[in-house]
Design a protein. Structure first.
Length: 308
């Protein structure tokens, strides 16, 4: 018999369980699959936003969006289309019920356990497939699954000594190789972020112009210090790299932004004799402001568009 057995809601960044169904099967096979739930939870941030793990008689499917992952365990013959429709419905209800502030600041496991009531009602509906036929357009979901099939995780990928050392890079059907965090994209740009981006470009341009002037002065006067030229161009590179970090997601992004800000401060300290206090204050303040905006613009999960 094809059916959904259990479901859970997990925070992506640290695998903290936020809610879960409480009446799951106690059989040995299901208990073994729940161990996979925990293993997957630890590496959700490294996986695509839609995945399937086949474990013999059972399948684990999950989607991730806006920092939260929705996971479910079903029998192997349960239709994939219905499985992802079920997860999409959980996602929509959870986003409507709880804001991101609550999910981001939660510290206790299962602090939204009351959401289990909705999980149970929805699970009952999806286990009675006849009642679903007139309530959704399955053709749209089937098309979506064909165009962007879920990433297939194999059990062998879970068998390493460290739990998940080989799952970061794999083959995503229809799209070739995927990166360590393929679904990571940044939150929408805010007005302060745009201002910091423009100011960083301005500081970079000012450093670049002063660098060329320093080269001209060096050619005209042999006694000029070439290290000033290096300091101006390093300042330019640092400002442009801050712009890059603001626009694109990279590993160790926050650490890189702080190091870049440190380089900006060092360059301006070295150029103390060539700039007045207001100029130094402007460059350092813009660097600090840009670092803050990079820190505030965090990655977010890709929101699935299942057209249900």
């Amino acid at each position: 018999m094809s059916m959904i057995l259990s479901a859970s809601v997990v925070r992506v960044r640290d695998g903290l369980p936020l809610s879960a169904s409480t009446d799951y099967d106690q059989s040995t096979g299901v208990q073994e699959c729940r161990k996979y739930f925990k293993m997957l939870s630890k590496k959700l941030s490294q996986l695509p936003d839609r995945c399937t793990l086949k474990t013999g008689q059972y399948n684990i499917n999950f989607i991730s969006s806006l920092g939260v992952s929705y996971m479910m365990l079903c029998t192997e013959n349960y239709p994939s289309v219905l499985a992802f429709c079920f997860l999409d419905e959980l996602q929509k209800e959870f986003i409507t019920t709880y804001n991101m502030m609550k999910t981001n600041t939660a510290i206790r496991p299962y602090c939204f356990i009351e959401f289990d009531n909705f999980i149970q009602r929805t699970k009952q509906r999806y286990n009675n497939t006849r009642s679903l036929s007139t309530k959704m357009n399955l053709a749209d979901m089937q098309t979506e699954i064909k165009l962007r099939p879920p990433y297939q995780i194999s059990v062998s990928e879970l068998g390493s000594a460290n739990g998940f050392s080989h799952i970061a890079v794999g083959e995503y059907k229809g799209t070739g190789k995927i990166s360590a965090a393929p679904h990571q994209r940044l939150e929408p740009v805010s007005l302060p972020g745009i201002v910091s981006f423009v100011l960083s470009l301005l500081c970079g341009a000012l450093n670049l112009i002063r660098g060329f002037h320093a080269i001209e002065s060096l050619l005209q006067n042999e006694g000029e210090d070439f290290s000033y030229v290096i300091a101006f161009f390093l300042g330019t590179a640092a400002c442009l790299y801050q712009c890059y970090l603001f626009v694109y997601y990279t590993g160790w992004r926050n650490a890189k932004s702080f190091l870049t800000f440190g380089l900006i401060c060092l360059c301006n300290m070295y150029l103390y004799e060539l700039r007045n206090l207001w100029q130094l204050f402007f460059h350092v303040t813009v660097g600090a402001f840009s670092t803050l905006q990079i820190r505030l613009r965090q990655p977010q999960g890709k929101s699935p568009d299942y057209n249900v």
